[in-house]
Design a binder for this molecule. Structure first.
Ligand code: HEC
Ligand code: HEC
Ligand code: HEC
Ligand code: HEC
Length: 374
């Protein structure tokens, strides 16, 4: 790593020749690097208890705001921008949104590097297992994946070196000792930061809930976070992509012409009036209304948990399938044909399909069942 010696020497000479009593050379200005990691396909926040604020649209707003004061700041992602389960449509639109957001480098994490995504990210400045480094201005960015130590042969020198890692804490600690980069940004990890020798190790806040800022200067690296709050505006360009994503999803549904395979709770009510009455009082019955109140009823991803069978021959929209709006009986009792072949009885292990840690961090099968039992 160079340290901008050339530049500060020149300045020192200028200062001396002016005869001023300045004893030390003025330092080169710091470099700023904005970072995200583990965006997990969140083009927008879900507003569920686990991710009330965040998403790429809000994080992008914060990045643009920061860049109006620091136009040279770089924007990078440390990995994990695709969803936990393979979703090529979402990945495609995430990639487009990140391109519009102006990302300078995106380190592909293990999920993002899945062979089934090959070709989707060609428009992105992606750091891959095959091309793990990139120098932008005075910063060398290096991807670290699950395979550990990156191959740095042929890497150019730079004033600062930053690793973007989804390799895990043990790997990162070993790399800090071996390579001594200025900073290692982890795509996920315990919050907080620490140093090993000269190296600052800091984990990104997932799902765009905060934007990370890394300040690189000759005095060392510092990091802090700008949180997204309920008053953070969203970026119009990312919101545009979000709408395209919804439209594409719906057109795809129309094409595949999925036949309706769900009947809706009104049908079950004929014979299970008590269960129906109990269910009607729960938040499951109004889960779609929650999205409407938020203006998010067009986001296909929200619909997969806040309605019944969305994208799988169930809910399509409020006009065509009002009986499947919300988490209705068949979300938990799919299939079957009562009374001769009743559907599965229901099981608390299946709640986790929607009550994930990201959406429902306080989920506890027993206590939650008490609130909705029938
Ligand atoms: C025509 C009346 C009728 C309708 C309509 C009906 N059920 Fe049933 N259902 C029954 C009867 C009767 C039983 C009890 C069968 C038994 O005990 O073997 C039953 C049993 C069940 C069970 C319990 C299964 C078990 O293993 O204990 C579930 C769950 C269930 N129904 C869900 C539904 C759902 C969901 C719907 C709507 C999609 C529905 N039923 C519609 C009559 C009906
Ligand atoms: C198809 C997705 C889905 C499944 C499966 C599911 N839930 Fe839910 N659940 C939701 C959604 C969405 C909400 C939020 C509803 C809203 O918009 O208010 C919710 C809310 C709840 C709430 C209200 C939370 C509160 O703060 O009071 C309880 C309780 C609950 N679920 C229990 C369960 C239990 C128990 C199971 C399993 C037997 C289960 N859920 C399965 C989607 C699901
Ligand atoms: C993986 C399933 C899942 C997805 C996807 C999801 N939600 Fe939720 N959401 C839930 C569950 C489960 C709850 C209830 C959590 C609890 O109370 O513990 C919930 C709760 C909420 C609540 C709070 C409801 C209340 O009564 O206070 C809002 C608002 C909400 N979700 C909006 C959204 C929006 C908007 C999206 C899409 C951007 C979305 N959700 C995507 C599962 C999901
Ligand atoms: C969030 C998931 C969920 C939803 C929504 C849901 N159930 Fe259930 N249901 C369960 C679970 C879990 C059980 C098993 C409870 C047990 O074993 O004690 C169950 C049990 C039942 C039983 C068997 C009850 C008994 O005592 O034998 C029937 C019948 C039933 N549900 C019908 C319905 C109907 C009708 C609806 C819609 C009006 C509905 N359920 C909505 C999760 C759900």
């Amino acid at each position: 790593m160079e340290h901008g010696i050339g530049k500060s020497m020149t300045r020192a000479l200028v200062v001396l020749s002016l005869g001023l009593a300045v004893s030390c050379a003025r330092k080169s200005p710091p470099s700023y690097l904005l970072f995200t990691g583990s965006l997990s396909g969140y083009l927008e926040a879900c507003s569920c208890p686990g991710t009330p604020y965040g998403g790429l649209n809000a994080a992008t707003h914060l990045a643009r705001e920061f860049c109006s004061d620091h136009p040279d700041a770089l924007l990078v992602d440390a990995g994990g921008f695709t969803t936990d389960t393979l979703d090529t449509l979402n990945a495609f639109f995430m990639a487009r949104a990140m391109q519009l957001a102006g990302y300078d480098a995106i380190a592909l994490g293990p999920r993002d590097a899945d062979a089934r995504y090959t070709g989707l990210f060609s428009s992105l400045p992606a750091l891959t297992p095959e091309a793990p480094f990139l120098r932008i201005r005075d910063v060398l960015l290096v991807r670290v994946g699950p395979e550990g130590k990156p191959d740095l042969s042929g890497a150019p020198g730079a004033r600062f070196t930053v690793f973007l890692s989804s390799g895990g804490r043990d790997t990162d600690e070993a790399l800090a000792r071996e390579f001594n980069p200025d900073a290692i940004i982890e795509s996920e990890g315990d919050f907080g930061q620490f140093t090993i020798g000269q190296t600052l190790v800091v984990a990104a806040v997932p799902r765009g809930m905060s934007l990370g800022v890394l300040k690189l200067s000759d005095a060392g690296a510092e990091a802090w976070f700008i949180p997204v709050t309920d008053s953070t505006p969203t970026d119009p360009e990312v919101d545009f992509i979000l709408r395209q994503y919804g439209d594409a999803f719906r057109q795809n549904l129309a094409l595949t012409g999925a036949k309706i395979k769900f009947r809706g709770s009104g049908y079950c009510k004929f014979c299970h009036a008590e269960e129906f009455a109990a269910w009607k009082e729960t938040e499951h019955a109004t889960a779609h209304a929650t999205l409407v109140a938020d203006g998010k009823q067009d986001n296909p991803w929200c619909l997969t948990c806040h309605t019944t069978g969305y994208g799988r021959g169930g809910f399509s929209d409020q006009e065509k399938t009002p009986q499947l709006a919300g988490v209705t009986c068949e979300s938990c009792h799919p299939g079957g044909h009562c009374p001769d072949q009743p559907p599965p009885r229901g099981n608390l292990d299946e709640c986790a399909a929607c009550h994930t840690p990201d959406q429902s961090p306080g989920f506890n099968g027993y206590d939650y069942w008490e609130k909705i039992k029938h």
